[in-house]
Ligand binder design. Structure first.
Ligand code: TXA
Ligand code: MG
Length: 343
């Protein structure tokens, strides 16, 4: 299957590109498209056969459910059995945007594979002109996980999708680099207080300011009997070289690099502009030191860049947990499998 990378930079001139995407989706095919968080790999969410193709293309385990993307807030009612009161407030405040709500599903509407046989469904309305335009023209919901091969970081540029899925999908809509760079927050509102199953673009502080106490799901699946977000069972963002999280401190970083070099090894570093050091064999910057937004926006690309080096080890400089820092550190915990670098 030939993969077309189709640019939709100029929205008004690209009617044909959208028509092509809609044709592919309506005939049961897959289309990758940009959202404000990461690129998604979409199939019509009511088409069982089409949804199965997503799992094949990604190499994704079938027991990990997908997010349903909708183009209008009101579409939600078609897929949800009972809309909790708190949903109205959250939707009013954060949709379109990087907040996915897990609610009790209306049986028999969404393809079973999307929800992996669960009684709940995860829904969000993305805040990206290309995603919204596509959903508006399609007039159907799109099931879409991140458009990477399973085990790779989520794609933040069309180029990353092309790299991972070339020959496996027919079309990628290229809307440039995504803005937020980490995935949406997944919030389970079937329970009180609601539980963040995956920290993401809408941060805990924002949620609590609106609806009061919100819990954060336990980090490790060992800490809870059944993982509520099935994706928590899988190591998602494993780079090729072992990745260690290291404290944000210039002299500790240089000591670590000296020690790695003494062992005859080479290191790639992911960190802020301010900590850049010539001692690193490769240094991929994630922007200003005090900006966890910048780190979120550049993290996945930096991990992919590390995979293109000959580094024996990757050091990623930590950021604090406030705001979107929580999502960044959650992804780094996964990518490092909890490993920290100490001298
Ligand atoms: O930002 C995003 O959310 C991106 C863009 C493309 O929208 N999508 C994304 O999808 O990250 P994916 O499939 O990579 O992650 C979906 C997460 C997984 O952790 C999955 O386990 C969880 O949502 N999830 C989906 N349905 C669920 C459900 N019914 N209950 C609990 N968790 C669910
Ligand atoms: Mg993913």
């Amino acid at each position: 299957m030939e993969t077309i990378l189709n640019s939709v930079d100029n929205l008004v001139d690209n009617e044909k590109t959208y028509e092509q995407a809609v044709d592919i989706l309506k005939s049961g095919g897959l289309v990758a498209f940009p959202t404000e968080t990461v690129y998604g790999l979409g199939a019509v969410a009511t088409d069982e056969q089409a949804v199965r193709k997503i799992f094949e293309a990604k190499g994704r385990p079938a027991d990990n459910p997908l997010i349903v993307h909708i183009g209008r807030k009101s579409d939600m009612e078609r897929f949800v059995a009972e809309v909790p009161e708190v949903a109205e407030q959250l939707i009013e405040a954060f949709w379109p945007g990087p907040l996915t709500l897990v609610m009790e599903k209306k049986p028999g509407v969404i393809a079973e594979t999307v929800t992996a046989g669960m009684v709940t469904v995860a829904i969000r309305m993305p805040d990206h002109p290309v995603a919204l335009q596509l959903l508006k023209k399609l007039e159907l919901p799109l099931a879409a996980p991140s458009a990477n091969r399973s085990g790779k970081p989520s794609p933040t540029e069309a180029e990353h999708v092309y790299h991972d899925l070339f020959g496996r999908i027919p079309l990628i809509l290229d809307g440039g680099a995504t803005g937020i760079g980490v995935e949406s927050t997944v919030l389970d509102i079937t329970v009180t207080p609601p539980v963040i199953l995956r920290p993401g673009g809408i941060v805990k502080e924002q949620l609590e300011a609106l609806i009061g106490t919100v819990h954060l799901a336990a980090k490790s699946e060992d800490e809870i009997e059944t993982p509520r977000a099935p994706g928590m069972k899988y190591t998602h963002y494993a780079p090729e070289a072992p990745l260690y999280v290291i404290e944000s401190d210039a002299s500790k970083l240089e000591d670590a690099l000296d020690s790695i070099h003494r062992q005859g090894k080479r290191a790639a570093v992911i960190g802020p502009d301010e900590l850049h050091t010539a001692k690193a064999d490769w240094y991929f910057t994630t922007g200003a030191l005090d900006s966890s937004e910048a780190m979120a926006a550049h993290l996945y690309k930096a991990i992919r860049q590390c995979d293109n080096t000959e580094a024996d080890i990757i050091l990623a400089i930590e950021t604090d947990q406030a705001g979107i820092g929580a999502a960044v550190m959650n992804r780094l915990d996964k990518a490092s499998d909890g490993k920290r670098y100490f001298e």
